[in-house]
Design a protein around this ligand. Structure first.
Ligand SMILES: [Ca+2]
Ligand SMILES: [Ca+2]
Length: 120
């Protein structure tokens, strides 16, 4: 009986250490967000509705849009983003990897020109 108790504690410690290694190395509980490039309306697919969503947004219609996903070429939202999605759907050359999932884990960074906070 004493032998069994002496084995339980080291086994428990080993299992606990393996769980910690798994959680920290895989980011198991990390909040990972992302988007599919070109999926402007966030329905999980890149379709002609995404180009329409961009056109509606540019025409100042009220529409829900994922601006990061809609800006397929990364230079701000404009009509070429809708055109690039249409070209992708027509299976033209796609240099922007439309349809690929993009992990968006960028932390908000401080503006380098922001003055430091000085308590007084
Ligand atoms: Ca979509
Ligand atoms: Ca753009």
């Amino acid at each position: 009986m004493i032998i069994k108790i002496n084995l339980i504690l080291p086994l428990f410690v080993i299992v606990l250490m393996l769980m910690i290694i798994f959680v920290t190395s895989t980011g198991f509980f990390a909040a990972e967000t992302g988007f599919k490039r070109g999926d402007a309306n966030n329905d999980g697919f890149v379709s002609i509705s995404d180009a329409t969503t961009i056109q509606r947004k540019l025409a100042d219609f009220s529409t829900d849009i994922n601006l990061k996903a809609a800006d397929v070429d990364g230079n701000g939202l404009d009509i070429t983003d809708a055109t690039n999605i249409q070209r992708y759907l027509a299976e033209f050359n796609d240099p922007y990897h439309i349809g690929e999932y993009v992990i968006d884990n960028t932390e908000p960074t401080r503006d380098e020109y922001e003055l430091p906070f000085i308590p007084y």
